[in-house]
Design a binder for this molecule. Structure first.
Ligand code: ASP
Length: 329
């Protein structure tokens, strides 16, 4: 492809295992995050030069357990700025650590509001590892980002030859290259040697259709997660209330004591959302619990329900309107 005919891609990097390095090719899980410079990562995929003109910008270089809202706010601002430029890139690729990638991808899905393809990718093996998956994941992410059919879908998560929706995708396996799956739904599409293939679209609001585009990410209210289990008491709820939380996400099923504590928190004005602990299907909330304000998170994971609740509270959504939000996003 001639130079001018190549689509431009903005590659934003944030660190993670895709930029990890170990002293040997069999790291046994011990490696340093961020020690592989992006330039070296790109050298491992010289084929990219024939596919796109890449502009690389480092937004951060952290383990994704250290990802913060200020970093994400910078990423959102950069994506929106790039999309609004007189000559926007064809698409944007974001590299990220895998541990919290699904949280960042879902947040970006709801707040960036751009139409161009935004593809998030990562790696389970550091760049120095035998069978490193970063180069092929990056290749496939760029292939997806240059494909016009990737536009208008919000954010896409590209890993292990699959294209996932951020709402559904979960890191289900701790150490496998096949760690990411969309339980019960399957991926949106695939990248195989022949090309990029889409099979379905998410029905839920995202991208420009999201009411959370432009939310001030520096002012998100505190929302805490409380795990539920047999004989759980109200300690977690009480701690969240004492810490000033405006919302609680409970990962059910609720023991009687935890339910009583959650109800007390709701009476004090906190928004209370219930998830289930499985990996698919919508949680059921009984009418008696809906009556004191308990809202089901549909099939969202607890970490994603927390993000949606923070955005909803920041937008001033009242408790009575939360079921609509969890049904639409
Ligand atoms: N701890 C790493 C991270 O989330 C793991 C990875 O990227 O696979 O940044």
């Amino acid at each position: 492809m001639s130079e001018s005919a190549r689509p431009s891609i903005l590659l934003l990097t944030t660190g993670g295992t895709i930029q990890g390095a170990a002293s040997g090719r069999l790291s046994q899980g011990d490696y340093r995050i961020g020690d592989t410079p992006v330039a070296r990562l790109l050298e491992a995929v010289p084929e990219l030069a024939s596919l796109a003109d890449l502009t690389v910008e480092e937004m951060a270089n952290v383990d994704s357990v250290e990802m913060t809202m200020p970093i994400l706010a910078r990423v959102v601002a950069r994506i929106r700025q790039a999309a609004a430029a007189p000559h926007p890139p064809r698409g944007i690729v974001l590299t990220h650590g895998t541990d919290t990638m699904e949280e960042s991808a879902y947040l970006l899905h709801l707040v960036t509001g751009v139409d161009l393809p935004v593809v998030v990718t990562a790696a389970m093996r550091p760049a120095t590892e035998l069978g490193a998956d970063g180069p092929i994941n990056l290749w496939n992410a760029v292939r997806a980002a240059v494909d016009p059919r990737s536009a208008g879908r919000g954010v896409i998560v590209a890993l292990n030859e699959r294209l996932h929706g951020p709402r559904e995708v979960l890191k289900l396996f701790a150490q496998s290259a096949d760690a990411f799956q969309s339980p019960g739904m399957g991926p949106l599409g695939r990248t195989d040697p022949d090309g990029v293939r889409y099979y379905r679209r998410s029905e839920r609001r995202c991208g420009a259709a999201s009411e959370f585009v432009g939310v001030d990410l520096s002012q998100l209210p505190r929302v805490d997660l409380v795990a539920a289990y047999q004989e759980a008491d109200g300690t977690g709820c009480a701690a969240a209330v004492a810490a000033g939380a405006r919302g609680l996400v409970l990962c059910g099923p609720l023991s009687p004591a935890l339910k009583a504590a959650a109800r007390a928190a709701a009476l004090q004005g906190l928004a209370v959302v219930l998830c289930h602990r499985g990996a698919g299907g919508a949680v059921h909330v009984e009418a008696a619990d809906r009556s004191w304000g308990l809202c089901g998170a549909d099939d969202l994971s607890p970490a994603k329900a927390r993000i949606l609740l923070r955005l909803a509270l920041a937008r001033g959504v009242k408790a009575g309107d939360l079921p609509r939000v969890f049904g639409e996003y």
